[in-house]
Design a protein around this ligand. Structure first.
Ligand code: HEC
Length: 248
């Protein structure tokens, strides 16, 4: 039989493993998004509609859900976010036919509703900061996190363009190994690096939100469930003691 201590250790280990798996994407520098920051989410929504929704849909989230969680009135929704839609119960669609997209870009822009879950928010944040000049590519840019990407640097006006700096080592056999060191700004953009960072963080925050719109409600519920289970566990234990106390 397992002792109580062993059981607790097992349960804790299982819990830590699942949360580590759920957190995922630990290889990327952190995005530090704050999912409870409504202003950041509102700015992110506007960024997404202005700079991304021309190519990317978010077909699993409705405008009125966004409006409710982001504390926006129906008029604010219509004026600031609903460029491709007429009714607030519609989802975020793209007008561009996907066949054309493949011809123009070489790949269809994926739906972004769940990308923050499939690839992690940290990935998106770094992806948007990872474009650098590469004349050999079709769009004149490459991406540090998705080599040879078909997505143009759509935020180039805001961020400007950066160059990748490499450390080159020549091995004994004459082969060259290049390791990435850092980005250096080659052409300045409209935003300074800090402001661009905020822009990308807000946009990422919004994408993390649409990937899990009921997250905050679920977490509140989770606390009650844990409290119930703990209380129930104590009661069950006391009951067991009571029933078995005369049987030895
Ligand atoms: C001009 C069209 C266009 C616009 C605008 C655009 N994208 Fe993309 N995006 C693409 C294409 C094409 C791909 C597919 C890239 C590939 O597979 O190489 C893509 C892929 C992506 C991916 C997936 C990367 C991966 O690892 O699979 C993310 C995330 C993304 N875009 C985010 C954004 C965000 C955020 C914006 C707005 C700031 C945006 N995109 C604006 C065309 C666009």
């Amino acid at each position: 039989m397992l002792s109580a201590r062993q059981i607790i250790a097992l349960v804790t280990a299982a819990f830590l493993t699942t949360s580590a798996i759920a957190a995922g994407g630990a290889d990327y520098p952190p995005s530090n998004i704050d999912r409870d920051n409504i202003q950041s989410l509102q700015r992110g929504a506007a960024n997404f509609m202005n700079y991304c929704s021309g190519c990317h849909s978010a077909e699993y989230v409705r405008y009125n859900t966004i409006g409710k969680h982001l504390e926006l009135s129906e008029q604010q929704l219509i004026d600031n976010l609903m460029f491709n839609a007429e009714k607030t119960f519609e989802t975020i669609n793209v007008n561009m036919p996907m066949d054309d997209a493949v011809t123009w870009f070489g790949a269809a822009p994926p739906d972004l509703t769940l990308t923050a879950r499939s690839k992690s928010a940290d990935y998106i944040y770094n992806f948007l900061k990872g474009f650098y000049i590469d004349e050999e590519q079709t769009h004149g840019v490459n991406n540090r996190w998705l080599a040879g990407t078909s997505m143009p640097h759509v935020l180039g006006e805001l961020q400007g363009y950066q160059r990748a700096v490499y450390d080159e080592k020549v091995g004994e056999d004459g082969s060259v190994t290049r390791t990435f060191v850092e980005f250096e700004q080659a052409i300045p953009g409209q935003l300074d690096p800090e402001a661009y960072d905020e822009f990308v963080r807000d946009t990422t925050n919004f994408l993390a939100y649409i990937a899990e719109p009921v997250r905050s409600e679920r977490r509140k519920l989770g606390v009650w469930v844990i409290m119930f289970l703990t209380l129930f566990g104590i009661l069950a234990y006391m009951l067991k003691k009571e029933i078995w106390k005369d049987v030895k």
